[in-house]
Design a protein around this ligand. Sequence first.
Ligand code: ADP
Ligand code: MG
Ligand code: MG
Length: 207
Amino acid sequence: MDIELARAWVRAIASAIEGDKERLTRLDSAIGDADHGNNMHRGFSAVLQALDGHEAATVGDVLVKTGTTLISRVGGASGPLYGTVFRTAGKRLTGPEADAGEVADALAAGLDGVRGLGAAQVGDKTMVDAFSPALDAFRAAVEAGGDLAAAARAAAEAAAEGLEATTPLQARKGRASYLGARSIGHQDPGAASTALIFHALADVTAH
Ligand code: ADP
Ligand code: MG
Ligand code: MG
C-alpha cells in the first residue's frame, strides 16, 4: 500500500457509505437511535475535505488524518471507535509504502485500539464481530503467501460473514445492549459499516 492507495481506500469507504447510508441508518433504527448512516456519512464527508490538499509523507499520515477527523466530527460511539482504528493503525505505517504484513500489523493495532476503548469481545454484537474475523482472514492470507489484494478479499468475505453472524446475537455493548433480548434478530450497524470498510479495501486493491 502506498500513499495514493491509502487515499483511494478512504475515498472508496466514503463513497460506499454514501451509497449505503440509508441501510446503515435502517439497521440502527432497529436496535439503536437511527443515526449510524448519518454519523458515518458526516464523518467521511469531513474526511474527504480534510484530505483534500493534505500533504502526506507516509501511508500512516493519511490514516491518522482520517481518524483524527472522525473523532472530531462524529458525535456517536462510532466516531471515537473508528477514529481510534484509523489513528492507531496509521501510527504503525511510518513509511511511504507498506507491505501486506505491515498492513496486517496496523489493522491489528487498530482492532486493539477499539478493544481498549470499547471493551467489546467477539460475540457482543458490535463492529468487533466483523473486524476480528476480517483481521484473522487477512493475516491467514498473508501467511499463506497472499498479496494485499488476496488478503483484502479474504478479509472482506470474513467481515461479511461476521456481520451475518451478529443477527442472532444479543447485544452486550453500546446502545443496542439497552434493548436486551429485543436486540436479537437484527444485524449490528457497526458490523455492517466495518464490512463496507473491508469491501472498500478489497475493491481498491483488486487486480
Ligand atoms: P451511537 O450508538 O452513539 O448512536 P453509532 O450509531 O454511530 O453510535 O454506532 C453504533 C455502533 O457502534 C454499534 O452498531 C456498534 O457496532 C458500535 N459500538 C457501540 N459500542 C461499542 C463498543 N463498546 N465497542 C465496539 N463497538 C461498539
Ligand atoms: Mg446510533
Ligand atoms: Mg447516536
